[in-house]
Design a protein around this ligand. Sequence first.
Ligand SMILES: [Zn+2]
Ligand SMILES: [Zn+2]
Length: 504
Amino acid sequence: MSAALRRSPTVRVFRLLAGLTGLFFLTLGIGFVVFPDILAAVFSVEPAYAPGVNGIRSDFGGLFLGMSFFCLLGAATGRSRWLAVPIVFLLLIIAGRLMGFGLDGPSPAGLRFVLVELLLLAILTVSTVMLALRAGSNDTRLKGSELLNLKTLVGAVVVAAIFGGLLLSQKKIGMALVERLAARNMSADVIAELPDGLHVGLCGSGAPLPDPRRASPCVAVVAGRNLYIVDTGPSSERKMELMRLNPGRVKAVLLTHFHSDHIGDLGELLLKRWTGGSHNSPLEVFGPAGVETVVEGFNLAYSPDSEYRVLHHGPETVPPAGAGGLARPFHFPPGKNEVVILDADGVRITAFQADHAPVKPAVGYRFDYKGRSVVISGDTIPNPSLREQARGADLLVQEALQPAMVGILQEQAQRTSRRNTARILGDIMQYHTSPEDAAKIAKEAGVGHLLLTHIVPPLPVSNLKAAFLGDAGRFYQGPITIGEDGLLLSLPAGGKQILIRSLL
Ligand SMILES: [Zn+2]
Ligand SMILES: [Zn+2]
């Protein structure tokens, strides 16, 4: 297109329209890359944990940035052919949207989206046609025959036939998928696939305040082939199974204290461990004094269910003697703040005093196996026993609460006259550890890696991570990981490294 033609009033209007559409896509593209969770919520998409956020950032971000690029290119050069690219994408998006209305049902949000998409399609189509008409025949305008010819028609028919075939075979596809998934899940044994060493899985990285991506506290520790569960917060048992950790293989539960967010799923875990493994003795539940009451309570509450299971599945499948839990209380020897509660199969587990006053008793645990060590702080403020136990540990799994953020929640609760909530938010700041203090402990104790868990307040979007860490990076130069459900940190025996991946 010649410079004079590019500047003609009609061409200018349609170049401007294409440019504005490009800027709209650019805003969305940048939004998806920088604020993936927030834009995902606007688009009614729910990312599944960190890999989901990553997918939204890259796939949605890439799609909108790509469409923006071709719109802006078309606007800058006045060449209609560049606008064909976003038009094709919009057509496919609208086709998918309409297909979704048929398969999943229409929704008010979906209808709003399709209206916007149709409007954008109309703007780009009119701009393309007008620019093409003005460009004259000797320019590199997009010719209709390039898009609509025998080859493209045959291609469209083939694609439509594939779609149609897949949609008509939903029943068959569903059954085949069930078969595949069943084979995958039934044969799954995450523990058998792990190298010899210590492995720490987060089956609950949250706390009592609801976080859509975090169950309440639960840490799975695999030492060799043995699976131990530290705390059983609400929703953690399901999370464990979603991580393909078989509850039938749990060797023992260790409770740090008896706040409800640490014990809520104990009944579920005891039941699933029993029905998942034909055990002849109850599951051992270690804890400080008071664990007897907790275990007795869950055993009592689940006793009718246990009877139904035996009647239904038979005692050979679910031996009555294996139901429920067996409390294994421990005490610190006089003058001591630590006690070894288990030393077998090369695994040594040490319980140590935590400071979660006024909650007493409260403890943390240290696991040692083949030269690797993991310390789980339990709910606590920084305390000498924790520093002592964490000394030289490969990994410190530390509870963390960010007071600056909780302070904002407290102010808001006060402003909206939610006095109980405001009072409780003020109180909890006094018996937890800030990320900055966690970093100081990690530095002083010389730990290799700091994993923050029991995250308070909830972090429903990834953009909150930096604010949550605050100044932690100033006090500890080693790696700091903000815990998320499904994370697995592997410490192979005889090595120094820590490998991280997600089991969700
Ligand atoms: Zn607590
Ligand atoms: Zn707690």
